[in-house]
Design a protein around this ligand. Structure first.
Ligand code: GDP
Ligand code: GDP
Length: 460
């Protein structure tokens, strides 16, 4: 995803129509932070060869009520702040309204980049409105018809060069840390505090019937410590707050989301992927498999997505109570896991029975450990001592006779852990050597169950 595009405009100008056109049938995401109004929609946009995040500020509740300027303003501002580019829609048929003027003002002040578009521009009825739009002081309006798909090539023509710019900038801005070896006193920095107010965020994802609802019910049933406004015994909760074996957690219940969606007409219209949405807000993703049909395509996709999004992952194999040949089955599962999800190498695989509750203590432990690893920081001193050892047991390659020198290494960030290696000729560093280092990090620092990012950087 190269950049994010917010569709901004007053109600009824065609934001949702355009959103749907750009996102198509691809999975739409919904901002589902509990306690926050469900108001921004996100999806994966596609236009020609461009891929980007689209944010629709239309709101899921019926936002046709123009009497809520405060709410509309807040929504717009949030969308604008989140986005690299704002596509500001006006309704060419209605012309420029006072609300448009207010929004234009916000955009001029806050937006990083604005594209003005006059929507509903098909046919001649729109000419006057297009001309009026010039008066907003945001440049020449792009003529669009979200409904009929007109103007999309022009939109592409504007977005394409911007996408290139963003890609270049992102490459230049990738973690670039000043490495100061002297600062390091070999003290591990403490993990962020998990409290009732800031619980660990867990998503349970998996195919329908994997047993997600049963699992969460069981967890809740065993530790009846529900708090928080949106938590409830009812199954239509979007998330539940629970102290599970003394760790405050918020568990995103994707089965529950589905039910909630039924009540909300507009949400249903979106056909959102529950799992995808949950992954976005989770710190640890529990991929729940049905032991009878493990590692189906859908499971693999969501696990891969969780890895790409940089979430800690725990794989739980459910319905273990009905499994007859547990030993062999477990061997098969581990083999399939390594083969099908190499990107999650070493992630914990826990067998559970949501029905009987067996294995839930181990699941809890795996979640907590994965979260800790995800938040872990390894000191520069430790890393460089380790790096020396790695280099001497297996030196980096020497493409065209020139050996790549690894100078030093530091951890640039956590959640998930990301490391920067300063070296000569980073562009010539083969993938296999990076993998050797990543696997080594996992083993030496016990970092299973979290994605690890490793960046090669040139310079001293
Ligand atoms: P939103 O409130 O900004 O999200 O607007 P919607 O996408 O819900 O669209 C409002 C109305 O305008 C709907 O009835 C759409 O069918 C209509 N509409 C959207 N785009 C176009 C367009 O390009 N041309 C015409 N004529 N109508 C459109
Ligand atoms: P969801 O769609 O993922 O929420 O799945 P459900 O929780 O609704 O479970 C689907 C079916 O699997 C139900 O009939 C459950 O009773 C059953 N089930 C869930 N967990 C287990 C388990 O651990 N063992 C057995 N034998 N059945 C289970």
């Amino acid at each position: 995803m190269t950049f994010s595009l917010a569709i901004v405009g007053r109600p009824n100008v065609g934001k949702s129509t355009l959103f749907n056109r750009l996102v198509g049938k691809r999975l739409a995401l919904v901002d589902d932070q509990p306690g926050v109004t469900r108001d921004l929609r996100e999806g994966e946009g596609k236009l020609g060869d461009l891929r980007f995040t689209v944010i629709d500020t239309a709101g899921l509740e019926d936002a046709t009520d123009d009497s809520l300027p405060g709410r509309m303003r807040r929504l717009t501002e949030r969308g604008v702040d989140m986005a690299d580019i704002c596509l500001f829609l006006i309704d060419a048929r209605a012309g420029v309204t006072p609300t448009d003027e207010i929004l234009a003002e916000i955009l001029r002040k806050r937006a990083k980049h604005v594209i003005l578009a006059a929507n509903k521009a098909e046919g001649s009825a729109a000419e006057a409105g297009v001309l009026e739009a010039y008066g907003l002081g945001l440049g020449e309006p792009l003529r669009l018809s979200a409904e009929h798909g007109e103007g999309m090539p022009d939109l592409y023509g504007i977005l394409q060069p911007l996408a290139d710019q963003f890609a270049e900038r992102a490459a230049a801005e990738a973690p670039e840390t000043d490495i100061d070896l002297s600062d390091d006193d070999d003290m591990d920095s403490p993990l962020p505090k998990i409290t009732a107010a800031r619980p660990m965020q867990i998503a349970v994802v998996g195919r329908p019937n994997a047993g997600k609802s049963t699992l969460i019910n069981k967890i809740m049933g065993e530790d009846r410590l529900l708090t928080g406004p949106e938590a409830g015994i009812t199954r239509d909760a979007i998330s539940v707050r629970i102290d599970w074996e003394d760790t405050p957690m918020r568990i995103f219940d994707t089965a529950g989301m589905r039910k909630k969606a039924k009540v909300q007409e507009k949400l249903e219209k979106l056909s959102v992927s529950d799992g995808l949405r949950a992954v976005k807000f989770a710190e640890v993703v529990v991929v729940l498999l049905d032991a009878a049909i493990p590692f189906e395509q859908q499971d693999l996709r969501i696990a891969d997505l969780a890895e790409r999004e940089g979430r800690a992952v725990v794989v739980a194999v459910n319905k273990w109570d009905v499994e007859e040949h547990k030993q062999e089955k477990l061997r098969d599962l581990k083999e399939a896991f390594d083969r099908l999800l190499p990107q999650l190498r070493g992630a914990p695989l826990v067998t559970v029975s949501a029905k009987t509750g067996r294995g839930l203590d181990r699941l809890n432990a795996a979640i907590v450990k994965a979260w800790e690893t995800w938040n872990r920081r390894v000191t520069t001193g430790q890393l460089n001592r380790w790096l020396e050892g790695m280099i001497s047991s297996h030196p980096p390659p020497a493409p065209q006779g020139k050996r790549i020198k690894l100078r030093y290494m530091t951890q640039a960030k956590t959640r998930p852990p990301a490391f920067v290696v300063k070296c000569s000729h980073p562009d010539k560093m083969p993938e296999s050597y990076s993998r050797y280092l990543v696997n080594g990090l996992r083993e030496s620092f016990d970092m299973q169950g979290t994605p690890i990012r490793l960046y090669m950087r040139g310079g001293a």
